[in-house]
Write a protein that binds this ligand. Structure first.
Ligand code: F6P
Length: 544
């Protein structure tokens, strides 16, 4: 398999970059009156304005040709059909099946996965309904008031992000908390003010073999049994979400209270299935299903829309444009919604665990730079922290701005509602990033000549603006599906397997090897390496 960088389509983009790199967005807009109208696309309820990109129609044409060369259409079809596109683990990649409607049909490896998916959703809905209504009680007969999700990575970030995003829809008086870190401070802080009689633990782990999760779960179980004085309490206060029934049973959780999923769902793609149980308990099964319908709307758009009008394809290809041709290393994601505070962290796992690879699917080294570094904070907080660098720094940081037309709730402040102020900030930032402010404009304001250069805003900094009617379960599903498919598009162009994560394994094994060294009578002389051994010895001295 030839590397994509050797293709004529890649060379054409490299050539095009040399002509466009010196062109300012101010010039692109003044030469093209219809640009803002034309360079926009809708998918589901999402509206994307991509006119503030250092790109022309020709750029899009060349990027779409690159996608054709990489076989993007065939890869999309292969994913949706359940082919084993996760080659290093020989698995299908079917998170899209988690949101297929009940009457759809999809047979994978001889199994009707839609029936399986809906059987689990129905079991979740039944359980969530019983917890919400108070029919499911704790060991002492009291209703559940707090659900604690114990999981990490994909078994934490997705449900934690979505619970916060949709907290306005939590209507049953049940709150959720999320414990992930093996740092004892995490579980201590979470349990400190909880009533054991009214707390339900969801142990969420695809493998049910993850150190952090099992350790936290054991601590939680001991806390519960100690408080309620009876081992039998565990079955009323612990349920599991996993693909591994044997290990769930081994831990002491009744597999009747286990919610399953399948090896064709990657952890970072899983909160729209059973891993979303805490979310479903908080917002209810109907809202959860609205979220799934939102995911599905974008799946259908991605599967069927022509690439030139396909939102995930355009955003993925523009990511390639900056990452591989402009040398940008990161992408900022800036939601203008406090409720989406965890969205950048969620996207970090989704994008970086998926595309942080340096070999292609066939095992050959990649030539292009892969793996955009995602980061971000909600606006307007970020504006008062790191936007200085975005506006005037020497690095190019493409950014995705996400805004909502309707707040869940608003307050009046002087003449403007708070939400309008928030949106005005979003719009001002993208405009300032694109068009900046010239030395002439600054001097014309009477600025002292010595400081004019300090105040120059270079502009020419590219952004996407995603405008959404309102943050709802459906639009959250749409946003997440959008980024899932952006990851897919980029992975296909780079020719990598976006669905494995071998790079996290070595550290896990070494931690297990090192743990005994922290307490054994003989500290290591130079294992696993002299620097680490010296740190072990110092740690032991500090621990006393
Ligand atoms: O260590 C990485 C990882 O395997 C993630 O991919 C996954 O989401 C996380 O650990 C948790 O795994 P599990 O759900 O099996 O506990």
């Amino acid at each position: 398999m030839a590397d994509i960088t050797e293709s004529s389509e890649w060379s054409a983009l490299a050539e095009h970059h040399t002509t466009l790199a010196g062109t300012h967005l101010r010039e692109l807009f003044s030469a093209d009156a219809g640009r803002a109208e034309r360079m926009a696309v809708d998918a589901g309820d999402l509206h994307l304005d991509y006119s503030k990109h250092r790109a022309t129609d020709e750029t899009i044409r060349l990027l779409v040709a690159l996608a054709g060369r990489a076989g993007l259409r065939e890869r999309i079809d292969a994913m949706f059909a359940g082919e084993h596109i996760n080659v290093s683990e020989d698995r299908a990649v079917l998170h899209t099946a988690l949101r297929l409607p009940r009457d759809a049909r999809l047979n994978v490896d001889g199994q009707d996965v839609v029936a399986d998916v809906h059987a689990v959703l129905d079991k979740m809905a039944d359980f969530a309904g019983r917890v919400r209504s108070g029919e499911w009680t704790g060991f002492t007969g009291k209703p559940i008031r707090t659900v604690v999700n114990i999981g990490i990575g994909g078994s934490d970030l997705g449900p934690a992000m979505a619970y916060e995003a949709l907290s306005d829809y939590a209507d049953a008086g049940i709150t959720a908390r999320f414990v992930s870190n093996v740092d004892p401070a995490d579980i201590s802080g979470t349990l400190r003010d909880l009533d054991p009689e009214q707390t339900l633990f969801i142990v969420a782990s695809k493998t049910f073999g993850t150190l952090e999760t099992l350790t936290n779960a054991k601590v939680a179980r001991a806390w519960l049994v100690n408080a309620l004085g009876d081992e039998k309490a565990v079955s009323r206060h612990f349920v599991a979400v996993s693909t591994n029934a044997e290990r769930v049973a081994g831990f002491g959780i009744d597999t009747g209270n286990m919610f399953g999923f399948w090896d064709w769902v990657g952890g970072r793609y899983s909160f729209d299935g059973a891993i979303g149980l805490a979310l479903m308990i908080a917002i209810g099964a109907d809202r959860f299903r609205e979220m799934l319908a939102g995911f599905h709307a974008i799946d259908e758009h991605f599967r069927t829309a022509p690439f030139e009008r396909n939102m995930p394809v355009l955003m993925g290809l523009l990511g390639i444009w900056y990452n591989d041709f402009f040398g940008a290393q990161t992408r900022a994601v800036l939601p203008y919604s406090q409720r989406l505070a965890r969205f950048p962290a969620y996207l970090q796992q989704l994008t970086m665990e998926s595309n942080g690879k340096s070999v292609r699917a066939d095992g050959a080294p990649v030539v292009a730079q892969t793996g955009e570094i995602f980061w971000g904070e909600p606006g307007t907080n970020g504006q008062h922290a790191f936007y200085q660098l975005l506006h005037q720094g020497t690095r190019l940081v493409p950014a995705d701005f996400i805004g909502f037309a309707e707040p869940f709730e608003d307050h009046a402040a002087d003449d403007a509602g708070m939400h309008d102020l928030l949106t005005a900030n979003l719009l001002a930032q993208t405009s300032a990033l694109a068009f900046g402010k010239t030395a002439e404009e600054i001097a014309a304001e009477g600025t002292r000549a010595e400081i004019v250069s300090h105040k120059v805003m270079p502009g020419n900094r590219p952004t996407n603006t995603i405008l959404v009617p309102k943050l709802t379960p459906a639009t959250l599903g749409q946003l997440v599906a959008l980024y899932e498919h952006i990851v897919f598009v980029e992975g296909v162009i780079w020719g990598i397997d976006s669905f494995d994560q071998w790079g996290v394994e070595l550290g896990k094994v070494m931690a297990m090897d090192l743990a005994p060294a922290l307490t054994s009578p003989e500290p290591p002389a130079d294992a696993p390496d002299p620097s680490t051994a010296a740190l072990v010895r110092r740690y032991r001295r500090l621990r006393g």
